[in-house]
Unconditional design. Structure first.
Length: 250
């Protein structure tokens, strides 16, 4: 088998086909309407099991039988039918996701500390923060926002800050004073957030976020790492400290 076909087989398996299903379907695309014997030979799948494979592909809407005279031939459906496979997976996921999420969320007596490294991993942390937030929840942050936004302004402003606008959370932000922080202060109403400024010489090079569900500490210089703490006592303690600092920054 040529390398190009190997890549296609891998892609078909990534889309949800088993190895033999992918081999038979690919062979059918090449051969068109054909016999079991030719299909088995071209795909390398044993003739005694190929009927089961074809039956599985028929159920997935990827193959069909054709009667020509006294012969039964087998032909592939158009590859666009693979979208149906993805839709079935998405439908299944939508049904099972609430149950999975119910098992995932920690009970009030449980706690966890998670470690993330690299900007991509950290972005997942911020995505999860927004998924957790409910209307009237608090979202507090102490940050050097100039450094935070400089890491990937498009992501942090468009994919995080702008998506946060309509969540109905109470967003209080303490920023180390800078031109960018002052600009955020001026435009705070546009983002449904409340901004107060810390002294310019504050030695803060992290983005610390506190929500009812998570405490996030993201280091804003290399190595880019984040700690996510899911512990009610620690979260509530940091919330109290934030509110004390917030009131003194009024």
């Amino acid at each position: 088998m040529i390398k190009k076909d190997e890549k296609i087989l891998t892609s078909l398996m990534d889309l949800g086909l088993k190895e033999k299903e992918a081999s038979v379907y690919l062979a059918s695309l090449v051969l068109g309407s054909t016999t079991i014997l030719k299909l088995a030979k071209h795909s390398g799948v044993n003739r005694t099991t190929i009927y089961e494979i074809i039956d599985a592909l028929e159920k997935k809407g990827l193959m069909k039988k054709e009667i020509k005279g006294l012969k039964t031939l087998f032909a592939p459906e158009h590859p666009e039918r693979l979208e149906n496979t993805l839709e079935m997976k998405r439908s299944l996921l939508s049904r099972v996701l609430p149950e999975l999420e119910g098992k995932y969320h920690l009970k009030s007596t449980e706690s966890a500390i998670k470690y993330y490294e690299g900007l991509t991993g950290v972005k997942n942390v911020y995505d999860d923060l927004l998924k957790d937030l409910k209307p009237h929840d608090f979202y507090y942050a102490v940050s050097n926002t100039a450094e935070w936004q400089a890491l990937d302004n498009d992501y942090f402003m468009k994919n995080h800050v702008e998506k946060r606008i309509n969540l109905g959370a109470t967003i209080n932000l303490l920023f180390v004073d800078s031109e960018i922080a002052e600009a955020r202060k001026i435009t705070e109403r546009n983002y449904n957030e409340n901004v107060r400024l810390l002294p310019k010489d504050a030695n803060i090079h992290v983005d610390m976020v506190i929500t009812p569900y998570k405490l996030v500490m993201f280091q804003l210089h290399e190595p880019l790492v984040a700690l996510v703490i899911e512990n009610k006592t620690m979260i509530n303690t940091q919330k109290e400290l934030f509110e004390l600092l917030w009131n003194k920054s009024a």
